[in-house]
Design a protein. Sequence first.
Lengths: 332, 664
Amino acid sequence: MQKITREVLIEKAASLLNEGVVSGVLGWKQGEFAYDVTPALFTTVDELNEQFVWGDFCGANFSKYLVAHTRKTQSKVLVFLKPCDTYSFNQLLTEHRFDREKVYAVGIPCEGMADVSKVKAIAGEGITAIESTEEGLAVTTLYNDAPVVIAYEDALAERCINCKSKKHVAYDELIGEEGDVLESGRFDQVAALEAMTPDERFAFWQKELSKCIRCNACRDVCPACTCEKCVFNNPVSGAETKAPMGTFEEKMFHIIRAFHVAGRCTDCGECSRVCPQDIPLHLLNRKFIKDINTHYGEYQAGAEVGSRAPLVNYTTNDVEPGDVFERGEENA
Amino acid sequence: MQRIGVFVCWCGSNIAGTVDVQAVSDALKNEPGVVFSTNYQYMCSQAGQNMIKDAIKEYRLTGIVVCSCSPRMHEATFRKTAQAAGLNPYMVEIANIREQCSWVHKDIPTGTEKAIILGKAAVAKVNLNAPLTPGESPVTKRALVIGGGIAGIQTALDIADAGFPVDIVETKPTIGGKMAQLDKTFPTLDCAACILTPKMVDVAQNDKIRIFSYSEVQEVKGFVGNFDVKIKKKARYVNEDICTGCGACTEKCPQKNVPNEFNLGMDNRRAIYIPFAQAVPKVATIDPNACNMLKNGKCGVCAKVCAAGAIDYKQQDQIIEEKYGAIVVATGFNPISMEKFDEFAYSQSKDVITSLEFERLTNAAGPTAGKLLRPSDLEHPHTIVFVQCVGSRCAACAEKGKEYCSKICCMYTAKHAMLVRDKYPDTEVYVFYIDVRTPGKNFDEFYRRAVEEYGVHYIKGMVGKVTPEGKKLKVQGSDLIMDEQVHIDADLVVLAAAIEPDKSARPLATMLTASMDTNDFFTEAHPKLRPVESPTAGVFLSGACQGPKDIPETVSQAGAAASKVIGLLAKDKLTGNPCIASPNELMCNGCSSCERVCPYGAITYVDKEFRMPDRTTAIRRVAQVNPAVCQGCGACTVACPSGAMDLRGFASAQIIAEVDAICK
């Protein structure tokens, strides 16, 4: 359950709209289903009062929306940023992807977001309503009489269990108290994959990636994927025709994507959140982050604006390619 | 559609010996776009080139593939040939079927198969080639020489002699380098100072040469013909323009116990000092780590005694920015540290010294005024043992020393031994050696004189251990010829320490993007044919920074480097390389990934207005490449996430076409 209430956010947004500081508000509104919360742009206080929602399913990271939105308008837009979103926000600024002057960023605290798949697994299909209560999420479905109550820790998304930071690294204004960068176990699963034999690992990824339906949701939501022209939409890039090659085309799509965001991925976890097939896509990115940490020293993309990512930076202390290669050999 | 001609070269038997050239030209005839294919004994010969020219005209060729040696060898030749026949020179591709094929394969079937594959890849690439036109850039007619030793001095003098201005940057307070520390020079035994100091004075008096002593190169930007260099002139706390070098300050300075670098710490200097009598520039320098005035504000004696009023305790480091057309690296060498060689008791006894320390001990301007006295008790040594190859040719102990031969030690050890026997005939001299290497004019004669005329005892074998015992040094070694252990009670042991590149070389190489070998010696563009040029255009190599060298060799290389620089500076314009990066602005995200990886600073950004796919107009930040600065390395094309950056002449599509052709 979120500590901060919807009313506090609406009040903040309404006052900024009324004062004319911002002309629009990037926030969440209710979608088709109870667990389906979707990003939206609010331009009036009435819209906010009617449609703005805030709760345990407001996982969407708005940073990427700023790229398109700041181009459309000359005025400022208010964006609510959870701690993890601020890393993407900074990374996009590092890459000059939007105009900081056109954004009013309000940092908001986050207690962790619920994972729809986990909720469905416990409560079953046909969810009609979900209420956040003191005890947990009270889930009403077509098939149960009394709501099923799911403890928050049982519904928490993996990215939130392994939350890397409760600290906002960028904002104009902060609501609530500032948190800390956390010690998380987010690389444990990567280590488990590394411990596998190459055959086991291939089998794992084949099983996972074969579920992919190439809906492109992971790419479309990814704050690191903001290219003007994605290589997968570009016939001359060669990548578009490489991906569907062979019987296991999805692997090339995801591997190419992982390489493209390597060193720029902030580990926000949006890819896995939006995957309709529940593929743990974030693990590919975390493997890169873990390797960068090992070989080039700790580096968190987006922790500060303008930081030079190890992969596009050269220092005389850089690891020699041969050493990386040897390590790869040991793992093989 | 291209009309491609394929020309397979036999290179005599170099290629034809392991590759069925007829089969290669036949196979490539069927590749897409190929309208003509042939083979010939020597494509690079006049007859071979005429064959290409005729074919271009007769078959109206739009692109050609030459299957021959490495493009480093003859790409330029064949481009000229194509140009002479009216074809754009960048429509020529080389398939390297010699170095990458015939020379590495032993049997004809595998060699032929690979040659065909390499040919197919080149054909696939030419199909996507487009004509390119190189740009031009101006040349700044001034050279920078980094290092003021004999290498840098000679290079600077030769360049200045041709009428071009030269700046020398030297980290020490004076130019002169290692040669200034030497006593006599082999094989003629003339005194180092007598032949070096006139050159130093020439440098000082030459109005084309500026000396930045006590200075370091801090930043290098730009490219051949147009380098922008920042030089840090360290504060020496003495106004160089006023100081007369009278030396009054260096006599009155109360801080007397600073180890004297010039004499390798074997005596002391003051906190304010002039390294040696013939220093150029002859001005004093205050050592900020030793000066009481600079450390705690208590003293000021030098300022009081300076009649010229040159002392300036408030002097700051100064950054000088200058443009250069060419840069010569002459950073030189140093003896390696003897720390890891404690079997020779270097750290245990003052009487175990290195050869460079020996030079100072026999030098009239040295700590003993030229009398050979042992450092511990200043007594005359009667038995001296020289140990050669300490840390050189150390293949088995690479973590301690160097695998290479330091080249100069055999000769200077023979010189030392001879000098000792000449001045002090009562002294017995032993030299332990692995081999005595004397290739050089009058070198072997010199060594023979040491043995035959001067009676130096040469013992083939290495010293295993030196043990200080009382006033003696017990030397235990092996004599491989007599097959016996040798025990010598020595008074002085002299170690011929291996030499290594100066530590400043590696960061400098990074600044210059000049390549180095594993030992940190600068790599030459070609070990035989371009020995004084670095692979980085506009950067030249002089002296021991490129490999161990003695003085005659250093001076000839310095002259060679100077002549290359003069050749460059004499040009008014340089033709650029058209194979440079160019961004597709419609796809560029403006994310700066390319800017960050660009080692030449060739990429900048502009805000431009674009018509977007949804029919709106947006101002976007997009990359721009400075064609004069871009060297075509391709780092940006790899870093670009959207594939907006591409390299002309090496487009990603061309590379992929080559790979596809190889994998087909």
